[in-house]
Design a protein around this ligand. Structure first.
Ligand code: ARG
Length: 475
């Protein structure tokens, strides 16, 4: 007896074993595609009718029933059956149970291979549209923070050692540009996703004169694929989204890491408000930055999903193989976590307070103006940079030894350090370390990339303009 319970059961003597059904099912995760699956089917059936492949009567019966099935799933959910494998077969079964033979006509000129491709393209396309708003809102929040702390001094670190004073707005905006680049990557993934694969059928195209362009237009894609074999085997659009997500999550992770360090009692140069911290079950004094820590850890999971898809695809023969069914496990997990980290990042940004005044002292203690001393000697006395570097280093060493700030060193100590160089170059050097304040250090910085107040203002103007103009385009 043929296994009539399966849509593909015609040539089978018996059904798959229990474990085989559990292995092959995807309804437990692809049920979220019900909305795009039904919209895709409606577009397909409308096209079949307009191309004269399906009668008007059958087409209307199918699309009306699909609309009511959609409404019912929205309201009551969907009962899963392992035997029906995936969302496509669940919906087709409900449809045929409801309208009989006309329901069986829906799949004319189509395969689940291009059906699942159109579903995931549409689902991801609309997901990116929603997430682009979240990303822009993170960028806007960053810009507002930069504006709020205008003129305040912050420390720039290399090797996690104080390097040079910078404007706090400059530090904050350094994150803006990373997210702006992520937006471009998102746009790239979006362009690749904005393509219609329906019309590929199993892989060689259907035996009917279908018009994929009608489907493309109805579903809002920018173009259709050029090649049916490419359309059903391609997962590049997902890879691009995964890469965008991984890099975004990496940026968020690095930002969180900065905040976690600055929030320690040793640094104490920022503080999280209660909204984004949690307590310890044993140590009453603790206020832990768990939210930043979890956001940091999400990058591992998101990047893991990129890796999973790459491993899935590596060595996979063209065109469709069932391995590809698992792409949705990685995709949906990453989609969920991208929304989470974008919302979390915004929450974190609105719940962090910077203490720039505290850093002023740290900068002085950390000899953050030592480079300025060296550059002053180069600019004012034409000393070779290496000699100037040596003098400044010797000043730092004395300050360290005497436990004073660089601008508190005695004129006698300075004179001793300068003497051999004055003799060598036959010059008289006038050097007062008290002149080297952090504010002056910041204002002196030159060039369009620098942290000088003028350039940071210009940077904010550019960021503002970018936010006004930037938008996602389907091309
Ligand atoms: N659930 C399947 C998937 O997600 C649908 C495609 C099945 N195609 C096939 N040739 N068995 O990939």
């Amino acid at each position: 007896m043929a296994d009539k319970s399966k849509i593909w059961g015609g040539r089978f003597q018996s059904g798959p074993s229990g474990i085989a059904e559990r292995i092959s099912e995807s309804i437990s995760f692809d049920h979220v595609l019900y909305d795009v699956d039904i919209r895709g089917s409606i577009a397909h059936v409308n096209m079949l009718e307009r191309c004269g492949i399906l009668s008007e009567e059958s087409s209307h019966k199918i699309t009306d029933a699909l609309r009511s099935i959609h409404a019912e799933i929205e309201q009551n959910g969907l009962e899963f059956s392992w035997a029906l494998e995936d969302i496509h077969m669940h919906i087709e079964k409900i449809l045929t149970d409801r309208i009989g033979d006309d329901g069986k006509r829906m799949h004319t000129g189509r395969s689940r291979n291009d059906q699942v491709a159109v579903d995931t393209h549409l689902y991801l396309k609309e997901t990116i549209e929603g997430q682009s708003g979240l990303l822009l809102s993170v960028m806007k929040t960053i810009l507002e923070m930069a504006e709020k702390y205008r003129g305040k001094i912050w420390a720039g670190y290399t090797h996690l050692q104080i390097a040079q004073p910078v404007l706090l707005s400059h530090y904050i905006l350094s994150w803006f540009w990373k997210f702006a680049r992520d937006f471009q990557l998102m746009q790239f993934a979006y362009s690749e996703t904005c393509q219609n694969p329906l019309g590929a059928a199993a892989m060689g195209g259907p035996n009917y004169p279908v018009d994929p362009d009608m489907v493309r237009e109805e579903l809002g894609f920018g173009k259709s694929y050029e090649n049916s074999m490419d359309a059903v085997s391609n997962r590049d659009y997902q890879l691009s989204y995964h890469f965008f997500a991984s890099r975004l999550s990496l940026h968020i992770s690095r930002f969180c890491e900065d905040m976690i360090i600055y929030n320690t009692s040793e640094f104490a140069t920022i503080r999280f408000s209660d909204a984004v911290t949690t307590g310890s079950s044993i140590m009453p004094q603790k206020k832990n930055p768990d939210i930043a820590e979890i956001l940091r850890s999400k990058s591992a999971r998101i990047t893991g999903n990129l890796n999973s898809l790459m491993m899935n695809l590596k060595g996979l023969p063209t065109t469709y193989n069932r391995d590809l069914q698992d792409d949705k496990v990685y995709l949906f997990d990453t989609i969920k976590n991208v929304t989470l980290i974008l919302e979390g990042m915004k929450e974190l940004l609105t719940n962090v307070i910077f203490f720039p005044d505290k850093l002023q002292k740290n900068l002085e203690a950390g000899f953050g103006t030592a480079t300025d001393v060296a550059d002053y000697l180069v600019a004012g006395y034409h000393l070779p940079f290496r000699d100037a570097h040596h003098i400044s280093g010797a000043i730092v060493a004395i300050a360290e030894q005497k436990k004073v700030f660089i601008n508190q060193i005695s004129p006698a100590d300075i004179a001793t350090i300068l003497k051999p160089f004055e003799d060598k170059y036959n010059i008289k050097i006038n050097l007062n370390p008290a002149e080297f304040t952090v504010e002056k250090s910041v204002s002196r910085r030159g060039g369009s990339l620098s942290t000088s107040p003028e350039m940071v203002e210009r940077q904010m103007d550019k960021a503002r303009k970018l936010l006004e103009e930037i938008r996602l385009t389907c091309f």
